[in-house]
Design a protein. Structure first.
Length: 274
């Protein structure tokens, strides 16, 4: 498997002078996703949990709704200059009766680690219809529980601890129990990994749950939450205007600037109760 971290030499400059040392960097490698041998997307990701990432991607793109919709997932022969498999090409076969992705899901160019939605072939495919509408979820979560999530997320960022270079996403119950945390150089990949985990574990829709992300809340992350049936999305940083609009439309409680003991609740604040 590809390495999660890579050690590289660095020149450290400080008030104590210059010093050369080895530094751990978060690994970033391409992953090509194929369906029935046909290339679907290439994303720059941190190696690891690739099968979860692929399932989460297909779920949040509206291709599948259950783990049984994928019959097999296997790595293809993709070799480096020394003939070793890079494990950077993953081919999935859909179960009989599952419609293959339409052209709106295909990407014209590769998906960078910082942006997943911008490579869409058709802008009218950006707004997807969820099979699990979160608007009907009447769960409640207290502010006192919410403020514990950033630290719980941070405690489980093992690779970030050594590199300082990864995003994280985690799913928590409204009672404060962490279900899963995943890291990746791309925030959308981290979310795909946690939703893929939930799909493979039979937990979709993720009713009564909170998706916590380490960065900002973008349109695409709200979309992914909606597709997984997640009623609450919380971020340590700001949401975008389109993220707020989509959260309002989809019935998602969107929380930003969740830091210390404070937060901003942008939509559907009725779920946040003391």
């Amino acid at each position: 498997m590809g390495r999660v971290t890579v050690r590289r030499p660095v020149l450290r400059l400080s008030e104590d002078g210059a010093k050369r040392r080895q530094e751990a960097l978060a690994a970033e490698e391409p992953l090509e996703l194929r369906v029935a041998g046909k290339a679907l997307a290439v994303t720059m990701r941190t190696p690891g949990h690739d099968v979860e990432l692929a399932h989460g991607f297909l779920l949040t793109e509206g291709v599948i709704g259950a783990a049984a919709d994928v019959s097999t997932a296997r790595y293809c022969d993709s070799v480096d200059d020394q003939g070793r498999n890079t494990y950077n090409v993953l081919d999935l076969a859909l179960a009989p009766g599952v419609e293959p992705p339409d052209t709106g899901v295909e990407r014209n160019f590769y998906t960078t680690s910082s942006c997943g939605v911008c490579g869409k072939a058709a802008l009218d495919a950006v707004k997807l219809k969820t099979r699990f509408p979160p608007a009907t979820d009447d769960c409640r979560v207290t502010p006192e529980t919410l403020v514990t999530f950033p630290d719980l997320l941070r405690e489980r960022q093992r690779v970030f601890e050594s590199t300082g270079g990864l995003h994280a996403a985690g799913v928590f119950t409204v009672d404060g129990e962490p279900l899963v945390v995943r890291e990746d150089v791309g925030r959308h990949n981290a979310v795909d990994k946690v939703t893929g985990w939930a799909l493979l574990d039979g937990r979709i829709p993720l009713a009564g749950s909170v998706l916590m992300v380490s960065g900002r809340a973008s349109f695409e992350l709200v979309q992914k939450a909606a597709m997984a049936g997640i009623p609450v999305l919380a971020a340590v940083s700001a949401p975008s205007s389109l993220a707020v609009e989509l959260a309002e439309e989809q019935g998602i409680t969107l929380i930003g600037f969740l830091r210390g003991t404070s937060m901003n609740v942008y939509t559907h604040a009725e779920r946040v109760t003391s």
